[in-house]
Design a binder for this molecule. Structure first.
Ligand SMILES: [Zn+2]
Length: 244
């Protein structure tokens, strides 16, 4: 209680985002194979603990602002989507490189503009969703489509820089649109004072963010700990709306 998450709305969003895989009854999430997970352990967590060891319910702690809300500078520690319960994602996509790898597909990214091959998972049709983003981006004027010309890639089994937590790239559910227009908080942080305010930077147009959101992806440019070339498949955060 008291963490601001609208519990029924959050549960409904998670069930709708990943249909048929689990049920949630009270505080227990039960997968179809019988595995159970705790929905909400009610532990108080500060911003660091939310990143390190969130329960499933904590993933809804910050409400993701869509591209339609315009250009925003995220408040300190506001990281909607960066809070991820790792066991939950391992259950969705696989718990090892080999397991995730069984579901990886090649996507032809911007075939009319030079075509790069990007690898993402087939699970939830993420490969087709990325294909739709590609088709829509390719149809945009060159001053927008050029943002897709140097993609940084999809599936890579790796931890997040400086942590032992898995990146969503490990699950084949994330895509970096352009290494040439990337702004990353880690490179812009104050290296001698980790508590100093991190200045926000972004060069990715919101028209592009909107294309990804239409296909179920959220954008790392909405985070205080921003990663502006990064998109990841998180339909639950697009479906969740805080009530009241
Ligand atoms: Zn990324």
């Amino acid at each position: 209680m008291g963490d601001g998450v609208d519990q029924p709305a959050a549960k409904a969003a998670l069930l709708k985002a990943y249909p048929g895989l689990f049920t949630i009854s009270g505080n227990v999430l039960t997968w179809t194979d019988g595995t159970t997970m705790v929905w909400n352990d009610d532990k108080a967590r500060d911003a660091d603990a939310l990143l390190e060891s969130p329960d499933i319910e904590d993933m809804f702690r910050y409400v993701y602002p869509r591209a339609a809300e315009g250009a925003l500078v995220p408040a300190e520690d506001f990281d909607p989507g960066r809070i991820r319960n790792e066991p939950f994602f391992e259950k969705l996509y696989g718990a090892s490189a080999a397991e995730v790898g069984k579901h990886i597909a090649n996507v032809k990214w911007l075939p009319k503009l030079g075509e790069k091959t990007v690898q993402v998972t087939r699970i939830f049709g993420i490969n087709d969703r990325l294909g739709k983003v590609s088709a829509a981006l390719e149809a945009m004027p060159a001053e927008l489509s050029r943002y897709g010309l140097k993609p940084g890639g999809g599936f890579v089994w790796r931890p997040i820089a400086g942590t032992d937590r898995l990146s969503v790239h490990s699950f084949g559910a994330a895509f970096d649109i352009n290494v040439g227009f990337s702004d990353y908080w880690y490179n812009n942080r104050n290296k001698t004072n980790p508590k100093a305010h991190i200045p926000f930077k972004n060069r990715i147009p919101l028209e592009i963010v909107e294309l990804f959101e239409k296909n179920g992806f959220i954008w790392g440019g909405r985070w205080y700990h921003y990663d502006t070339m990064h998109f990841e498949y998180r339909p639950e955060l697009l479906l969740y709306k805080e009530s009241g």
